[in-house]
Structure formats: structure tokens, C-alpha cells
Design a protein around this ligand. Structure first.
Ligand code: IMP
Length: 197
């Protein structure tokens, strides 16, 4: 099934996600557009209770506005000792607007004195098409939360997340390393398989 026509819009204003998704899709899909590139300035309310619901809301909104296939990522960090929090609320864990430094401070405080540091990043990638059909996939990256940030790359919780696969934080990893074992890299690669691209 090769249903991606010739254009795909990435339904995200997050420049870090956009960069990662472009890098992962690479040259396999040349006609990728950000919202800015097609002149769309929209803040989509993420009112869903799950990553899947939020990914669908974002992708469907952009299909409705553009008439083009749209790819959305909804992702977050699930911490075992916090019963899966911050989860779908990862971006706004320390309040709105999203402030990554405050989110990391709040997380480290919540885990002060906690021995169980296990956590996972989760990404749901959804592509919706103008005919109403959709394809989606979910992937995880396992790791643990450090007691202090390490590294300057990446974004969000990357400096406090020690990757089980890499044994360094995602903020210490190169983007190629992060993409090879990260939740978004795995999810996008699963999606390409599903779409047979
Ligand atoms: P979304 O826009 O609702 O999907 O928010 C995703 C939020 O989850 C981001 O703002 C980050 O807080 C967190 N997050 C998702 N993926 C990553 C990642 O790859 N690294 C670090 N934080 C991430």
C-alpha cells in the first residue's frame, strides 16, 4: 500500500519534533511540509485523554484545513513511580505555556528520594488522509530519570532521561543516536513499514 500521494504535512509547531521527523523520514519521502511552510498558523487544543486521541485530533484538524494527508505525533514521558505521569500532560506538566526547564525541575522534585527511576518516552504517530482513512503506530523508548540534567542537545525531558539503549541521556546523544533508538524514530519507522514506503 503506497498511499502517501505526493505531499505530507507535519501537523506540529514544535520545531524539535519537526526536525526529528524530517531526519527520520529522510529522502524516502521528499515532499514534506511544516505548517509554517504552507502558511498555516494554528494552535490545536489537545483535549484528548490519550496520545492516540490527541494525535488524531491534530492530524484530522490539519487534513480539514489543507485537504492534504497530515502526520501528527503525540508523545510524552511516562514515569513508573508517578503512575505514568506526566503522560499526555508532559508538555504542560509545570503549567502553560510549556516550559521545559520548569517541567524538568518539577519532575526532579517529584522524584526526590525515590529509588524507582524507571521511565519511558511514548510516541503515537498518526497519518490521516483526505478520504477519512488513517494509519497509526505507537513506540516506546525505555530509560530512567537521573537526579540532575546531563547534556545540551535535544529538547524537553532529554537532559534528565538516561536511555537504556544508549546508556547516555538523549541530550548527550547525537540526533542520529537518538533517532535510532528513540520513541519517535521507532514509531516513524514502524509507520513507513505499515505504509510500505
Ligand atoms: P505534545 O506536543 O503534546 O506531543 O507534547 C510532547 C511533550 O512531551 C513535549 O513537550 C516534551 O515535554 C515531551 N516529549 C515528547 N517527546 C520528547 C522527546 O523526544 N524528548 C524530550 N521530551 C519529549
Amino acid at each position: 500500500m503506497n498511499v502517501l500521494h505526493d505531499k505530507l504535512v507535519i501537523a506540529s509547531n514544535n520545531k524539535h519534533k519537526l526536525r526529528e521527523i524530517r531526519e527520520i523520514l529522510g529522502t524516502r519521502f521528499p515532499h514534506i511540509f511544516s505548517l509554517a511552510e504552507i502558511g498555516i498558523d494554528v494552535e490545536i487544543a489537545e483535549t484528548g485523554a490519550t496520545f492516540l486521541e490527541n494525535a488524531r485530533i491534530k492530524a484530522k484538524t490539519i487534513v480539514g484545513m489543507t485537504g492534504l494527508p497530515a502526520l501528527a505525533d503525540d508523545s510524552g514521558l511516562e514515569v513508573c513511580a508517578l503512575n505514568g505521569a506526566p503522560g499526555v500532560y508532559s508538555a504542560r506538566y509545570a503549567g502553560e505555556p510549556c516550559d521545559h526547564d520548569k517541567n524538568n525541575e518539577k519532575l526532579l522534585k517529584a522524584l526526590e528520594g525515590v529509588n524507582d527511576r524507571r521511565a519511558a518516552f511514548v510516541s503515537v504517530i498518526m497519518v490521516c488522509f483526505p478520504d477519512g482513512s488513517e494509519v497509526y503506530t505507537e513506540a516506546r523508548a525505555e530509560g530512567e530519570i537521573l537526579t540532575a540534567p546531563r547534556g545540551t542537545g535535544g529538547f524537553g525531558y532529554d537532559p534528565v532521561f538516561l536511555s537504556k539503549d544508549l546508556d547516555i541521556t538523549f541530550a548527550e546523544a547525537t540526533s542520529a543516536q537518538k533517532n535510532s533508538v528513540g520513541h519517535r524514530g521507532r514509531a516513524v519507522n514502524n509507520l513507513l513499514k505499515l505504509l510500505e514506503i
